[in-house]
Design a protein around this ligand. Structure first.
Ligand SMILES: [Fe+2]
Ligand SMILES: [Fe+2]
Length: 270
């Protein structure tokens, strides 16, 4: 299977890049399955139902969220009506929606998508992501019940992400990091056949501080005092993500590549 994961979409610039480019990418790269992380798509914080629909209409099979899952209050209800939206498994015991799902890819094949929040340097104490992901992967064996399995590990620390990659090696098809908004140069296939990249990067304007107009973050760094809200940067976005090919029989990855298209970053494609 040919699959694409797109990292955190930030604001209007990110939304426009996804809706403008994803339909053609799906065709040109003959993608069987697409996941988009939408946790910063609406004003940089959270995701509205209307913006989620934009991504699903543009060719996303699943939209994942993150620590900003419910910053847009409308998602609290919307997620209960739209099973193609996944929030972290360990967000909160009482959170609406689901942290995992099995979805249909082209040709009737089945793909497990799950998301977990890491705990290192995160602003809240979440439940253990490793046991949550372990239970999910045990219930959906790769090459058995599902043809492929994708784990989105949403956290700050590359060490924790790499730990999750190795923890899932041989069981997931792809473990991909999100949340830091900066793509890492470590896309690889781990020994057990799990594709891994510490962070896919964002779909947003890189003339910014992780997608936000740089004025307010800089003011806070330099003076220690905030004056206004963070607002997404509005320049042309780079579409950042991870491309993976898998063997349907085993669910193992056979190819992985970082993707960076448009905007300011050096281009990379499969
Ligand atoms: Fe996040
Ligand atoms: Fe994010």
């Amino acid at each position: 299977m040919k699959m694409l994961y797109l990292g955190d979409v930030v604001g209007r610039a990110g939304r426009e890049a996804v809706t403008a480019r994803l339909p053609k990418l799906r065709e040109d790269w003959r993608l069987d399955f697409v996941v988009v992380n939408g946790e910063n798509a609406s004003h940089g914080m959270g995701l509205t139902g209307a913006h989620a629909k934009l991504f699903l209409d543009a060719g996303a099979d699943v939209v994942t969220l993150g620590d900003h899952a419910f910053d847009q209050k409308d998602m609290l209800q919307f997620i209960e009506t739209e099973p193609r939206i996944i929030r972290p498994l360990n967000y909160a015991k009482t959170a609406p929606g689901r942290g995992q799902g099995v979805f249909a890819a082209r040709g009737g094949r089945k793909v497990l998508v799950a998301q977990a929040l890491g705990r290192v340097f995160m602003n809240r104490a979440f439940d253990d992501p490793f046991s949550a992901v372990d239970a999910t992967l045990r219930a959906h064996p790769r090459g058995g019940m599902v043809q492929a399995a994708i784990v989105d590990i949403h956290c700050e620390a590359t060490s924790e992400k790499m730990g999750m990659g190795h923890f899932c090696d041989g069981r997931a098809s792809l473990v991909v990091g999100s949340h830091t908004h900066v793509p890492t140069a470590d896309a690889q296939i781990l020994p057990g056949g799990t594709a891994f990249q510490s962070d896919a990067g964002m779909c947003g304007d890189y003339n910014s501080v992780i997608g936000m107009d740089r004025a307010e973050p800089l003011r806070r760094f330099v003076t220690g005092m905030g004056k206004g809200r963070f607002v997404p940067a509005e320049g042309e976005a780079t579409l950042c993500g991870t491309y993976v090919e898998t063997d349907d029989r085993t669910g193992a990855a056979t190819r992985v590549a970082a993707v960076r298209l448009g905007g300011r970053l050096a281009e990379a494609h499969p």
